[in-house]
Design a binder for this molecule. Structure first.
Ligand code: PLP
Length: 407
């Protein structure tokens, strides 16, 4: 049997849209085109109805209420609004924030800017060798002037899922706002802002079979009521937090994407995890010196991140043109730095450079998995056959004791 190539195994960078999502969006481009803020006619009412429905669908997936959903252009905007909005609104209460070392690139970049230009102080909390944050470490990092804790729910590179309820409890007890970038977690694993004590949460449509350029920010309204300084001023849409005409088709698509995820999650996560395990075990059975990065007990069902010792991840990807994979996160592929997430696990720079992320999804098949396993094994054997370091290691030479010319 021949298989259609290239094969997509980069679902954590972006997902294809589910055709059902496209169906849900179509009416709002041409026929039902009204402005949802037009209160005086039925064109507006029809658009508003679509937006209201989407708000319910998004809220339902994460355990919030419709009035707590602010539509954005994606996770990056949600991150900016949440963190900058809190920094500005609660400036009098304090100017300290706490973040995990494995949080997403946009979160870290926003904090860096606030540190540099706006007098904010940031404490970065480490992770264990599997990428997990200890709630105790968060607690110890808190100060009387801490105004926000940010811990991403599930990591985009290694898939590690954090103990959100434990961290949420620490934040509640201290009265500190708890923000999470849940764009990799939502729709894949259960998310419940109540049980997890989350005050602010961002998601992106295109990580969950929805459209690109649309996302949502959950903003808690009760216990406590979180207030945000808007970062885009204008007509006062989205309860003043995010001005600008709502992307009605996009929002309808995001809502449908959330509804589908909610409906399919239990079964889909089982099926995809079984495929992921088949992939991982297929590779591990045939290749030695491969490390699984992350936490195999607390991991997204569709992710595996492997380090292939003595191989450059980039070389491996270049040799496998029929397979779409990632050697870093989507946000960092512009640079050739080894992944800061893998480095945070205590992995050496060499091994971090040899890591590859496989991410599967709704449309991945067993045939595709078997094809990729075969390709990976061939590539690893090929590259290692050319690697003097691998040869030396196999001959029993301890590479750490070798004197390199030029050292
Ligand atoms: C994709 C992603 C983002 C960026 O989302 P956009 O909607 O593209 O802005 C942020 N954080 C994480 C964890 C992501 O996976």
């Amino acid at each position: 049997m021949t298989i259609a190539t290239p094969i997509y195994m980069d679902y954590q960078s972006t997902t294809p849209m589910d055709p059902k999502v496209l169906d849900a969006m179509m009416p709002y481009f041409v026929d039902t085109f009204g402005h949802p803020a037009s209160r005086n006619h039925s064109f507006g009412w029809a658009a508003e109805e679509a937006v209201d429905k989407a708000r319910e669908q998004v809220a339902s997936l994460i355990g919030g209420t419709a009035r707590e959903i602010v539509f954005t252009s994606g996770a990056t905007e949600g991150i900016n609004l949440a963190i900058k909005g809190v920094a500005e609104m609660y400036a009098e209460k304090g100017r300290h924030m706490v973040v995990s070392v494995v949080d997403s690139r946009p979160v870290l970049d926003v904090l860096k800017r606030l540190e540099r230009d706006h007098n904010l102080e940031v404490t970065t909390v480490p992770v264990d060798k599997n990428g997990r944050v200890a709630a105790e470490d968060i607690k110890n990092a808190l100060r009387p002037d801490t105004i926000l804790v940010s811990v991403m729910m599930a990591n985009n590179e290694i898939g590690t899922v954090q103990d959100m309820a434990a961290i949420g409890t620490v934040c509640k007890e201290a009265g500190v706002i708890f923000f999470t970038d849940a764009s990799e977690a939502a729709g894949k694993v259960p998310v419940d802002v109540q049980a997890m004590g989350i005050d602010l949460l961002t998601i992106a449509g295109h990580k969950m079979y929805g459209p690109k350029g649309v996302g949502a920010l959950y903003v808690r309204r009760k216990k406590p009521r979180v207030r945000l300084a808007p970062q885009i001023d204008g007509g006062g849409h989205e309860r003043g937090m995010r001005s600008g005409t709502i992307n009605v088709p996009g929002v309808a698509g995001l809502g449908e994407a959330c509804a589908l995820c909610e409906q399919l999650m239990a079964e889909e996560s089982k099926r995809v995890a079984a495929l992921r395990d088949r992939l991982e075990q297929g590779i591990l059975a045939e290749c030695d010196e491969v490390e699984v990065n992350g936490d195999t007990d607390h991991r997204l069902p569709h992710n595996t991140n492997l380090s292939f010792a003595y191989i450059e991840g980039e070389s491996m990807l270049m040799g496998m043109k029929d397979v779409a994979l990632s050697s870093g996160s989507a946000c960092t592929t512009a640079t050739l730095e080894p992944s800061y997430v893998i480095r945070a696990l205590g992995v050496s720079e060499e091994l971090a450079h040899s890591s590859i992320r496989f991410s599967l999804g709704r449309f991945t098949t067993e045939e595709e998995v078997d094809f990729v396993v075969k390709q990976v094994i061939e590539s690893v054997n090929h590259l290692r056959a050319m690697s003097p370091l691998y040869e030396m290691a196999k001959e029993g030479i301890d590479l750490s004791t070798v004197q390199w010319k030029g050292d």
